[in-house]
Write a protein of this length. Structure first.
Length: 373
């Protein structure tokens, strides 16, 4: 009995020792787990989660995929300008640009052949038809010079008709080239209640770089006839700085809300009856109704995004340094960069792509051709 009792005591002691050892081992394991969990709460460990660093990149991808709608017009005798504009825009951006080209029927085939036969064949674009009958009763046509009116110049008035689902668009004349990322122009901030942003004609940046004695700036009196009572009743200050409609950014949601197209048509019809535009109209006949409708109700584009008047004379209007720094160049005026006497034509030719059909050719002086050869 005594021997059996001793064996039982030894077994119990061994069992207790084993229990203590197991308990100690488990407590050490629990301690390690708690330490690891405590370290996981450190902010530094957030960097080890794979999807966190990728999040900003995915956001940038979404921005890159944002569609930038650019509206231009296609006129047969000016197609070279359109080609250069599209090439300069697409080359200088990584954004997804979609060109909406408003064209007459006789130009569509030629333009498609030009695009498909060159490196521009992969550009995303859509052809839009403009019905000139929509202008009946809204413009005065000189029977002796019926060709003086270019219906497509009024396409900018009907942007919501062409892009009914778009919220924001850029409109560009076909005699421009872009030297920077068009996304920056697209992101021009528009103030609440403003349907468009234009570049004003009396901006100070471009005037600093004007060659002395070249050109003048404009104001409202250069576009509207202030002798007419209807104009005077509007209360538009004659010395108000005018703006250029050749380049602008439009908020089409606000445009439709304010019935901008209908307002423009109203003033077009009134001009036909009452002759409200200035007799010495200092620019396109599309400008006066825009000046009335957007009087003190438009935002402003960075002046470097619309350096213009390059086509107003054959001389060098700006310094070479300024022209190089400009983000968009506009040959508004009589002398176009595809013509014989244009200034800064070398900047245009950088983006011009010859017509594979041979229908369109640059017009150059004989001396320029000799130098080129």
């Amino acid at each position: 009995m005594t021997t059996l009792r001793k064996v039982n005591i030894i077994v119990i002691l061994l069992a207790f020792v084993i229990f203590i050892l197991v308990l100690h081992h488990n407590l050490l394991g629990l301690s390690d787990i708690l330490k690891r969990e405590g370290s996981d709460l450190s902010p530094l460990t957030l960097q080890r989660i794979d999807f966190i660093p990728d999040a900003p990149e995915s956001l940038l991808d979404d921005k890159t995929e944002q569609e930038i709608a650019v509206v231009l017009t296609a006129v047969e005798e000016r197609l070279g300008g359109l080609i250069a504009a599209m090439n300069s825009i697409s080359t200088n951006t990584k954004s997804k640009v979609v060109f909406y080209i408003v064209a007459a029927n006789d130009t569509v085939g030629h333009l498609r052949a030009w695009l498909s036969g060159t490196e521009l064949k992969n550009l995303k674009y859509k052809m839009l038809d403009f019905d000139p009958h929509i202008l009946e009763g809204k413009i005065r046509v000189d029977p002796d010079q019926p060709e003086s009116i270019k219906p497509l110049t009024f396409a900018r008035f009907y942007l919501p008709n062409f892009l009914p689902d778009a919220e924001k668009v850029i409109y560009l004349d076909d005699d421009v080239i872009v030297q920077d990322d068009i996304l920056e122009l697209y992101n021009t901030p528009l103030k609440p209640g403003h349907a468009a942003a234009f570049s004003e004609d009396c901006d100070l940046i471009s005037s600093k770089f004007l060659v002395r004695g070249a050109g003048n700036q404009y104001n409202y009196i250069g576009f509207l006839d202030y002798k007419k009572e209807r104009i005077r009743k509007l209360g538009l200050k004659a010395n108000t700085c005018s703006f250029s409609p050749g380049v602008f950014v439009a908020n089409l949601t606000e445009w439709k809300r304010q019935n901008i197209t209908e307002q423009l048509e109203k003033w077009m019809k009134l001009n036909v009856v009452e002759d409200l535009y200035s007799k010495t109209l200092a620019g396109s006949i599309t400008t006066p109704p825009l000046l009335i409708v957007f009087y003190k109700k438009h935002s402003v584009i960075d002046p470097m995004w619309h350096v213009r008047h390059l086509g107003s004379s054959t001389g060098k209007r700006y310094s070479p340094q300024f022209v190089k720094a400009a983000k968009l160049l506009h040959w508004n005026g009589h002398f176009k960069p595809w013509g014989r006497a244009a200034s800064y034509s070398d900047l245009f030719e950088k983006w011009y792509i010859p017509d594979p059909t041979g229908k369109f050719n640059l017009i150059r002086r004989r001396s320029e051709l000799v130098q080129a050869n």
